[in-house]
Design a protein around this ligand. Sequence first.
Ligand code: WT7
Length: 664
Amino acid sequence: MSTPSSSIESTLVENRVFEPSEATRKAARISGMEAYNALCAEAEKDFEGFWAQRARETLTWSKPFTKVLDESNKPFYKWFEDGELNASFNCLDRHMGTPVENKTAIIFEADGGEVTKVTYKELLAKVSQFANALKARGVKKGDRVVIYMPMTIEGVVAMQACARIGATHSVVFGGFSAKALQERIQDAGAVAVITANYQLRGGKELPLKSIVDEGIAMGGCDTIKDVIVFQRTATACNMVAGRDSFMHDVMASQSTVCPAEMVSAEHPLFVLYTSGSTGKPKGVQHSTGGYLLWANLTMNWTFDLKDSDIFWCTADIGWITGHTYVAYGPLAAGATQIVFEGVPTYPNAGRFWQMIEKHKCTIFYTAPTAIRSLIKAAEGDEKVHPKNWDLTSLRLMGSVGEPINPEAWMWYYKHVGGERCPIVDTFWQTETGGHMITPLPGATPLVPGSCTLPLPGITAAIVDETGNDVANGAGGILVVKKPWPSMIRTIWGDPERFKKSYFPEELKGYYLAGDGAVRSADRGYFRITGRIDDVLNVSGHRMGTMEIESALVGKTDLVAEAAVVGRPDDLTGEAIVAFVVLKRSRPTGDEAKAIAKELRDWVGKEIGPIAKPKDIRFGDNLPKTRSGKIMRRLLRSIAKGEAITQDTSTLENPAILDQLAENN
Ligand code: WT7
């Protein structure tokens, strides 16, 4: 990479541009902007032919598809539907008999630092054995299986084993509560839960199995016939006779050979729940063929994967990033990857840098929130600054989950990448299955804070409320005009909500991402300006404000009304602020503090610790219009500590604003 052409420090006008180095460009699959433009032109000229060719080259099909895209029932698009394949076959079996067979698939580093490695051949044997165990317990093609596991090889094995037998997995992040787990089990109608007795994070042993027990005991989970427990630690856990069994026990008697069940390309590989703008999380349903095509293709396009790479994506398998860039993409592409159980700050905030050095990581993919917290740690303590480790193995770095501020980008570029490694700022979503707008390391000139340009074939655009294109420089609504292979297929069990949420009538049938964006006047580069719906992004995790509100008002003995908004936060991107009206008089002082704590703990139990409001304000009422509508934009200003400049003349009760602005 060359030196910056300008060094103006500003988050609004960003003039620094980093061109790919000659060497990076020459070695890349997509080499230079001409190559990128040529691919875009090819996709535009023959859209279906472009994807058909990629699908044939990238995946192994047991039955070739004859039709590429079926638009007859849009927006329920179907891709490669009459083709058949298996995702696990494409991640594992396909490499047998090739040099990848004996290559390390996973370098697992435990919370405590112990390292375990498995080759592709060994991983195939484990996955097959566990797939046979699932079949023996009656799990079959089309069944849903909930996975509530820590970041371990076994977590990946569980996902791959489901895929192998055609069962649809639904992974629930290990930080979600019993209640959240119960809701997902119910909504998915799952037949089994795969979990672990405990998980290890930051030196602590945290329960998983007891949370599963608690969730199932809440009721409505009668579909569950089996709970399979991976024994992560020596600590005993409660086992329910006739329902629960240990992973090692059910595997012991099984063969390490299990033919993969071939399924239609449209067969649901997984359902992953994510927050939307209503109280109820949405089960985002993904396909097998289009999804896996994307997982593999973007490993090659965005990460420009080489055979010698040591790839590390730090995301948990409980999120989409951990699905596409841990459980499927790296394996489909035959990469060696690092899987890390722990947290970036244990035993100290140098853990990531230490692990990059130790495992000679070449591609590092993490979230801005992690980078920002490690900057803060390094600034406070020289000993955890990345300069203390040899990070010269790195050749490429990535960012995902939220906008990366140019200052954090520059620090990452300089202190982690040694001003040598391109940064791919990848914009995408649970619904998109994989990268959508991102630089290509051997082609795209980088601008800090910008995810730059859409991948070839991705028709991303910025439009106004009626779906008309806006000019570069003017902000608007981010849409994708044409379907793409790895797009969400539906919301599990709620096709109407799928249509309404993602393909609103006024937007000409375009896919609505839910983000605002602006393209730069000079290069047409995209910059994401944040969600335009009632969704917050806290440390790269998506949280619905309504979801938190319904948790709060669910505390019926105490809470009368609640409104939740986001506030910009230097560390977590956004922070959750809750305005609460109690059923009793408005508390102040220590009493307010005690009730705020009680409510935070309550939300932690209802949803999970990530949903706990950072700030809770109490009022006698909420700012409402005369028709009773809560004026959220006023609450957003109060949360930020801004003076109210908006028109408050329609407000029923203007005096309430001063009360809510008081920080108790
Ligand atoms: C939302 C999707 C993508 C997987 C992890 C999050 C925000 C994501 C970026 C980026 C700016 C980003 C958007 C998006 N987002 N990546 N590179 N720059 N914003 O997946 O939980 O489905 O959240 O994350 O707001 O809509 P998710």
